[in-house]
Structures are given as structure tokens and as C-alpha cells.
Design a protein around this ligand. Structure first.
Ligand code: MLC
Ligand code: AMP
Length: 482
């Protein structure tokens, strides 16, 4: 006798239940494909999962996923969640060198890519629609076992450098992803009537965990644009009667510069995150559109942590209050924000020392962000314990860029910092010691080694770098070099 299986609450189990309950409801709109209903997403993700299973992908096997936002990318993501094969999203701008690091870390059995490119060391490399995989249909392959992942099984491995060192994979469990999406669904009063206009890349927590995860869990719908443009977003909001828009501050800065800014008034809610939203920009958005943009704070390792309130005061310059389920405190000596909660990851992939260092002795995750909490509980991020640069919502680790630049024969010494910029937040700037060469040459040198967003946009040649008694570069003094 087969005992009935009680399915745990995981994102895929919840999604299948919601698609089954409302099969004809439109869920996903993408350019070229148009609308897909819940029933279509269920069927397509099952088919892709089956093809992956025939190609040898099993629960627990890592699969790298990297492509521009489109229906096949979303379907592939859902197929992997349903198979229980941890998704390893990768930025489409990564060079072969950057992808090789991820491959060496997690040893994926397959990679689904938006563009044809070599990926040494990965047994199965396929276009993102999975059609290039070995033939596999219901007729010639065993049915894949779907939707059986438990809450503690790994669902997604997001690459991040954390507060230090080389990029490492933060392992998010099925529970983490589900809890992260559930928290924002509750906090932002998401309902099945909502429709999100999304122009975020679908390889980071913002796009995957918040925009897509929240939409699918709440039974709402999402309009996925292949890339961000001001007109593209505003057209999508009016044509599809979107009620929600989520963006990074660079997107809001560009929207604020548009004569069409007032069209944001049509939204029920506009959310900003991934980098600080300047209070001046917040006011410009309110003045031009009436939108009180809601700023929130999250991380790859934690999904979302805090949010300004939906009802109540949205206080510019702050990231609001802890989301449902999140506990937050400040380390007494440093002011580093420490968190706990069901969406917080528990380990970096096969990096026990880094994992140990990331948590306090009593189990709180050290975010590396330095905060201050007001008397009424609003968190303001005042700095970072790490040297992390955030440009347009993408993270750049100075040390990685410096290591690459040191390989250029003209550069004897180098320090990389982020200089403030109204559009990008911070701009990657390199201070080099050596024999000056042209920016063109340096950019050409960086081309095959660094993703475009990591390449310095400004170059300075200096006599020497300020160092402390230990010989360490003093970054604050580098900033003063101008
Ligand atoms: C693109 N470029 C960037 C860049 N994005 N350079 C620095 N920083 C960036 N963020 C490069 C391009 O490759 C191009 O280089 C040049 O800048 C001009 O490109 P563009 O056309 O102006 O840029 P665009 O394609 O419009 O991209 C801007 C953007 C994009 C803001 C739309 O950066 C973006 O989608 N950002 C969102 C990032 C995100 O989702 N972060 C979430 C992380 S999760 P060249 O050399 O070709 O000229 C997380 C947790 C949380 O942080 O809390 O959410
Ligand atoms: P990532 O590792 O890409 O997930 O980036 C996470 C980091 O983005 C956090 O540690 C913060 O430094 C930053 N971040 C996210 N949201 C905000 C925000 N609203 N304001 C300031 N920084 C933010």
C-alpha cells in the first residue's frame, strides 16, 4: 500500500497547487510569447523537467541558469525548482573566467544558457529552452519525479562575495525561498489582482526571489521585459494595467529624468531596493508622480529583511522595519546588522570556514551592513563593513578588480573604490601606480576578464597609494586623492 505523501510547503508545491486551483488565470507575459496561464506554466515546466531528467539531471544536482528574461528562462527556473535540482543563476555579463569560477565551485551537471557559449567542465550545455537536450518525452523517458523537494533541500545557490573574499555560493533552501516570497506578499498586500511590471534581470534575488517568487506565490501576474528602458516600463504599465513596479535606484533615477514620470501614478505600489535610494530622488519621484516609493533591504543570503511599511510612514533614507518572521539586531561594537529568520540561508556551498565566520556564536547572520535603528524601529543603513561597491544594483568586489588589473604590465599597484554618482550610485574607479597607458588599452585588457559592470569607468594615475602601518591601502584616503 502506498501511503499518501504530505507535501511540505515549498515554492514549487505551492505553485502547482495555485496553478491547479486557477488553471486559466494568466500568470506570465513575455515579449514574443505573450501570456501563459497557470496550466500552461505547469505543463511547460513539467516538460522541461522531464527533458532534464532524461538528460540525467537528478534532485540535488546543480544546474547553472543564465539568460535574458524570457518565457523559457522562467519555465526552466520553475522546472529546476520542481525537480529539486538547485538552480545556480549567473549574470549574463560574466566572462568565461567568471563562469569558470562558479563551475569549479558547484560543479553543475548541466547549464541552460541564453546564448551559445562554451562552458568547459559542464557535461550538458544547452540552449535555455532545453530543446537541445537529448531527446526526451513522456514516451521515451521515465516520468520525472516532481515537487517532492522538502523544505530543507537546497533550491538555489546564489553567488556573492559576502563580506570578504572570492565569490561563493549561498545555498538557499526551499524553505528560505518560500519564506522570503511569503514575507513580501504579506507586507506589500499582494493579491491575485496585482500585476507586476518587471524589468529586472532574472539572475539575482531581486528579480528571482522577490519579483517572480512573490508574483507566483500570491497568484498574481507578471509582465517580464527583456531589459530595462524607461519607455518600455511605462508602456508596459499602461498597456498591461500593471499595479506594481520594482526597481533598483538607477532605474528610478532614469524614470525621474523622463517627461513621462507622472505615469507612475497608475501604480498601487512602487518598490526600490538592492542599493540606497537617495532621499532627494525619493522626493523627486513623489513630486513628479505622487508615488511614495517604498524602499526595502535584502541580500542574496537572506532574501528580504526589512521594508518600509505599506500602511504608515515610508521614511526616505531608511529601509524600514523588519519583515514578518525576521529578527534584527545591531552588533554592539560595530553596528553591523545581524539577522535571523526563515528566509536566512544556513551555509555557503562547501565552505565551512566562510559559513562559520558569517554567523555569530548564537546563530545570527552577520550581513556586513552597518545600521542604525531609530526609536520607532526604522533601520537606516549607514555603511558597509566590507569594501563592496554597488553600481546600478550590481555588486563589485574591489579586490577582484584589483587582482585582474595587477596582471597588466603597466600597473605596479592599484586600488579600486566606488565614487558617488547620481545615476549609478557608485562608479568603479581605479587608482593606478605605474606607467600611464590609455583607457582604451586598459578597457580592452579588462574585456575578456571582467564583466562589463565591473570594469572601471574612471582611471586615475597616482604617485603612490596611501597605506597604513600594516601596509594596507587606506581606502578613505584613496577617495581624497580625487
Ligand atoms: C550595465 N552596465 C553597468 C551596469 N549595468 N555598469 C555598471 N553598473 C551597472 N549596474 C554597463 C553596460 O554593460 C554597458 O557597458 C554600460 O554600462 C551602459 O549600459 P546601459 O545600457 O546604460 O545599462 P543598462 O543595460 O540600462 O543597465 C542598467 C540597469 C542594470 C540599472 C538596468 O544595471 C540593471 O538591471 N541593474 C539591476 C541589478 C539587480 O537586479 N540587482 C539586484 C541584486 S540582488 P558597455 O561597456 O557595454 O558600454 C540584491 C538583493 C536585493 O542586491 O536587495 O535586491
Ligand atoms: P547582494 O549580495 O547582491 O544580494 O547585495 C546585498 C547588498 O545590497 C546588501 O548587503 C546591502 O549592502 C545592499 N542593499 C540591498 N538593498 C539595499 C537598500 N535598500 N539600501 C542600501 N543597500 C541595500
Amino acid at each position: 500500500m502506498t501511503l499518501p505523501v504530505t507535501l511540505p510547503v515549498t515554492l514549487p508545491a505551492a505553485l502547482v497547487a495555485s496553478w491547479t486551483a486557477a488553471p486559466d488565470r494568466p500568470v506570465l507575459w513575455t515579449t514574443g510569447t505573450g501570456w501563459l496561464t497557470g496550466a500552461q506554466l505547469e505543463e511547460r515546466s513539467r516538460q522541461v523537467a522531464r527533458r532534464l531528467a532524461v538528460a540525467g539531471v537528478r534532485a540535488g544536482d546543480r544546474v547553472l541558469l543564465s539568460g535574458a528574461p524570457c518565457a523559457d528562462l522562467v519555465v526552466s527556473y520553475l522546472a529546476l525548482l520542481r525537480l529539486g535540482s538547485p538552480v545556480v543563476p549567473a549574470n549574463t555579463a560574466y566572462t568565461e573566467r567568471e563562469l569558470a569560477h562558479i563551475v569549479a565551485e558547484v560543479r553543475p551537471v548541466a547549464a541552460l544558457l541564453g546564448e551559445a557559449r562554451a562552458l568547459p567542465g559542464v557535461p550538458v550545455v544547452s540552449p535555455i529552452d532545453a530543446s537541445g537536450l537529448p531527446p526526451g518525452t513522456a514516451a521515451d523517458g521515465a516520468d520525472a519525479v516532481l515537487d517532492r523537494a522538502g523544505p530543507e533541500d537546497p533550491a538555489l545557490i546564489g553567488f556573492t562575495s559576502g563580506t570578504t573574499g572570492a565569490p561563493k555560493g549561498a545555498v538557499l533552501s526551499q524553505r528560505n525561498l518560500h519564506a522570503g516570497a511569503a514575507a513580501v506578499v504579506e507586507a506589500w498586500r499582494w493579491t491575485p489582482d496585482d500585476r507586476l511590471a518587471c524589468a529586472l534581470p532574472l539572475f539575482h534575488m531581486h528579480g528571482l526571489g522577490v519579483a517572480l517568487g512573490g508574483t507566483l506565490l500570491s497568484g498574481a501576474s507578471i509582465v517580464v521585459l527583456p531589459r530595462f528602458t524607461v519607455d518600455g516600463v511605462l508602456d508596459a504599465i499602461s498597456e498591461h494595467r500593471a499595479s506594481l513596479f520594482f526597481g533598483v535606484p538607477t532605474m528610478y533615477s532614469r524614470l525621474a529624468g523622463s517627461a513621462r514620470l507622472g505615469e507612475l501614478a497608475a501604480l498601487r505600489l512602487a518598490v526600490s531596493g538592492s542599493a540606497p535610494l537617495p532621499a532627494t530622488l525619493w522626493s523627486a519621484l513623489q513630486d513628479g508622480s505622487g508615488q511614495r516609493v517604498l524602499e526595502r533591504y535584502g541580500m542574496t543570503e537572506t532574501v528580504m529583511l526589512t521594508s518600509n511599511p505599506y500602511d504608515g510612514e515610508r521614511r526616505p533614507g531608511t529601509v524600514g522595519l523588519p519583515l514578518p518572521g525576521v529578527s534584527l539586531r545591531l552588533a554592539p561594537d560595530s553596528g553591523v546588522v545581524e539577522v535571523r529568520g526563515p528566509s536566512v540561508f544556513s551555509a555557503y556551498w562547501q565552505r565551512p570556514a566562510d559559513t562559520k565566520g558569517a554567523f555569530t556564536g548564537d546563530g545570527w547572520f552577520r550581513t556586513g551592513d552597518i545600521g542604525a535603528v531609530s526609536e520607532d524601529g526604522y533601520l537606516t543603513l549607514v555603511g558597509r563593513a566590507s569594501e563592496l561597491i554597488i553600481s546600478g544594483g550590481f555588486n563589485i568586489y574591489p579586490r577582484e578588480v584589483e587582482d585582474v588589473l595587477r596582471g597588466h604590465p603597466a600597473i605596479g599597484d592599484v586600488a579600486v573604490i566606488g565614487l558617488p554618482d547620481p545615476e549609478w550610485g557608485e562608479i568603479v574607479t581605479a587608482y593606478c601606480v605605474g606607467d600611464p597607458v590609455s583607457e582604451e588599452e586598459l578597457m580592452a585588457y579588462c574585456g575578456p576578464l571582467l564583466a562589463s559592470f565591473k570594469r572601471p569607468r574612471r582611471w586615475r594615475w597616482v604617485e603612490a597609494l596611501p597605506r597604513n602601518a600594516m601596509g594596507k591601502v587606506v581606502r578613505d584616503q584613496v577617495r581624497e586623492l580625487g
